[in-house]
Design a protein around this ligand. Structure first.
Ligand SMILES: [Zn+2]
Ligand SMILES: [Zn+2]
Ligand SMILES: [Zn+2]
Length: 165
């Protein structure tokens, strides 16, 4: 498969990203899962991306290391990273962002982290929020309707501070 160089950790990402990948590796290890090489590379690509990448962007980039990588390779890696809470899918963009909470939390498997997203329609930047008040207001409003929330996606589109100025 991999004909150049060892294939083991030859640190293809900048040091700051490698450091976060280390953290992610540790976090997976404590939870009894494993950040395999491919999963690690996909997470690294998402962390390094200037804009949230979609599955096919990631596949293309992954092919630098794994020439024969096919869509299932990337989808499996993305599923894993999502299940571990390390990334979020932005439905509106069909793209992925690293979770700003999960890499630094020690809540274990029962993290219960909820996020909302501000999406800039000009530069494509996505800002993750963790605003408990929003969640509380929403669950109150749903409760008043006798509705039980199972899944919430809060994505807000607009202009980021940089694009406004
Ligand atoms: Zn998050
Ligand atoms: Zn947490
Ligand atoms: Zn912007």
């Amino acid at each position: 498969m991999d004909k150049h160089q060892s294939g083991t950790t030859d640190a293809p990402f900048p040091a700051a990203i490698e450091a976060r990948l280390e953290q992610a590796e540790q976090a997976c290890f404590t939870r009894g899962t494993r950040l395999t090489e491919t999963r690690r590379q996909v997470l690294g690509l998402i962390l390094a991306a200037p804009k949230p990448p979609g599955a096919y962007d990631l596949l293309e980039q992954l092919r630098v290391w794994h020439r024969n990588a096919a869509p299932p390779t990337i989808y499996r890696a993305l599923d894993f990273l999502t299940e571990q809470g390390l990334i979020h899918k932005i439905e509106r963009l069909s793209a992925f962002v690293p979770c700003t909470h999960r890499l630094n939390c020690d809540h274990g498997a029962e993290c219960g982290h909820r996020a909302q997203f501000l999406i800039c329609r000009v530069c494509g930047h996505v800002r993750e929020l963790e605003d408990l008040d929003i969640e509380i207001a929403l669950s109150r409003a749903a409760q008043a309707q006798g509705f039980r929330i199972e899944l919430t996606t809060i994505e807000v589109e607009g202009l980021c501070a940089a694009c406004r100025s």
